[in-house]
Ligand binder design. Structure first.
Ligand code: UDX
Length: 455
């Protein structure tokens, strides 16, 4: 059988590197050799965060890097410059990398799997006559928006710069949750330069991706059935999960696994787990209010407080908070989230509703308490609360914050809501079946692998 050497390219953000690394691990279990390409900036973080026993070449997965076109010390949160530099410089860096690999070994790259947020890589692969797959890291519902930008401009929903002609809720299909045009990614930035640069970037990728040979998504067919007619040839292969053997996880921060032994000591279904992904930032008032709410619930909790979670680091916690909750809490910088969600002591998941967190929570059957911040997180929140009905939504008060009273009420309601727990378990089963023998995602992944091998 022909040996497949896949080059896998995520968009340079944590919520993209993790799912593509999970895909890499699955493909390597099917005999693929993987060259995993991060930007130099992220590669250094991934390598620095590896567990001690791992190195950058594990399990037939080889971590490599290319520049993102920015100076090493440049601000990667200057998004307009980042998008422009990815588009203008990364295609040639990728081409050089592929040529170098192909010229230096018998192990030529036989397939490229590109994050659809790096759709330009399809152009590079096609130029080099390499079969290429697109991979979408978020909901199929969101992909529908990106595929239909031209139609939305033609029908006057958006102007030619991607700005909504008026703020409105749109239904791209009758069964899909309504989406607020102000929550489209490029409209969430609050800065017109970033908005224009991001819209240019997304539109350009959406055009390039049309030439791919396959399309994969980290989702489950049964969770978003109505979106597939609008996403032709899209193969759901999720939920992508790490296995016990997975050592390369793609984390930018080292996991603090000590929280798992702490969880072992907590009663079943008692712990509130709070994690807000890799980019969410809290203002100090909201952070205080949440801490007070957590304290007043009286429940044990595990809280991921990344170094960059709060906009002001000093005195972030209320006075004496950590001492008062010390005997029933753990606060970590980065948790082994999938293992945490699978732990029997977890009662609920307070989340910003990033798509990876959504898929992981569904896969583990954990009820959600939703705290969407921006972009697709509102769509994911609608799926969780209104469509699948596996969680509750936290609402802001007139002062624009989620109050401690709102937090306590929703936690208490969720912990005793038998209907939501039962549905969460039903969805866990749907999700487990999809990746088991004969399940939709398992079949799609096998078909993809066979198709790649036969190209
Ligand atoms: C971003 C966007 O916010 C999200 O809306 C989009 O769908 C993907 O890109 P992010 O904010 O990082 O992602 O959230 P999410 O998609 O949930 O991904 C976070 C990942 O980090 C998950 O796989 C989660 O398991 C992992 N994680 C998070 C940890 O492993 N440990 C932690 O402590 C926190």
């Amino acid at each position: 059988m022909k040996k497949i050497h896949a080059l896998i390219l995520p968009f340079p953000a944590q919520g993209h590197v993790i799912p593509l690394m999970k895909l890499s691990n699955q493909l390597s279990e099917h005999g693929f050799k993987i060259t995993f390409v991060n930007t130099e900036y992220n590669h250094d973080k991934v390598v620095a965060s590896l567990p001690k026993e791992s190195n950058s070449k594990e399990n037939n997965i080889h971590l490599v890097s290319i520049p993102d076109g920015r100076e090493p010390g440049a601000n990667r949160r200057d998004f307009a410059k980042v998008f422009d530099s990815i588009l203008s410089s990364m295609p040639s860096y990728l081409e050089v990398l592929i040529r170098e690999i192909n010229e230096s070994s018998d192990d030529r790259i036989t397939c490229v799997i590109a994050d659809e947020h790096m759709g330009w890589a399809v152009r590079v692969a096609k130029k080099m006559k390499i079969p290429v797959a697109g991979f979408w890291t978020a909901a199929a519902g969101l992909r529908t928006v990106h595929l239909h930008l031209e139609q939305m401009i033609e029908t006057g929903i958006l102007n030619s710069d991607g700005l909504p002609t008026k703020q409105q809720m749109i239904h791209l299909s009758p069964e899909m949750p309504a989406m607020n045009t102000d929550h489209f990614a490029w409209n969430c930035t609050g800065d017109s330069i970033v908005q224009q640069s991001m819209f240019r970037y997304i539109s350009s990728n959406a055009r390039d991706i049309k030439d791919a040979d396959w399309y994969l998504i980290n989702s489950v067919y049964e969770l978003e059935k109505s979106t597939y007619p609008l996403n032709p040839n899209l193969l759901p292969v999720g939920p992508l999960l790490a296995t016990e053997q997975t050592r390369l996880r793609g984390n930018f921060l080292a996991e603090d696994s000590t929280c798992l032994s702490w969880l072992d000591q907590q009663p079943a279904r008692s712990v509130i787990y709070l994690a807000f992904g890799s980019t969410t930032i809290f203002d100090k008032n909201q952070f205080h209010e949440l801490a007070l709410g957590l304290e007043l619930t009286g429940q044990p909790f595990l809280w991921v407080v990344r170094p960059s979670l709060i906009d002001e680091q000093n005195d972030a916690y209320p006075d004496g908070f950590q001492a008062r909750v010390a005997n029933r809490s753990r606060i970590v910088s980065w948790a082994p989230q999938q293992k945490v969600l699978a732990h029997p002591s977890i009662a609920c998941f307070v989340t910003h509703c990033g798509w990876n967190s959504t898929m992981e929570g569904v896969a583990m059957g954990v009820p959600f308490l939703c705290w969407a911040y921006f972009c697709d997180q509102f769509l994911n929140q609608s799926y969780i609360c209104d469509v699948w009905k596996v969680g509750l939504q936290l609402n802001k008060n007139d002062g624009g914050i989620i109050s401690k009273e709102e937090f306590i009420t929703k936690v208490k309601t969720l912990l005793v809501d038998k209907m939501i727990r039962a549905r969460a378990l039903e969805f866990k089963e749907i999700s487990t079946k999809s990746v088991s023998e004969g399940g939709s995602s398992k079949i799609n992944l096998s078909n993809f692998i066979e198709s790649v091998k036969s190209k």
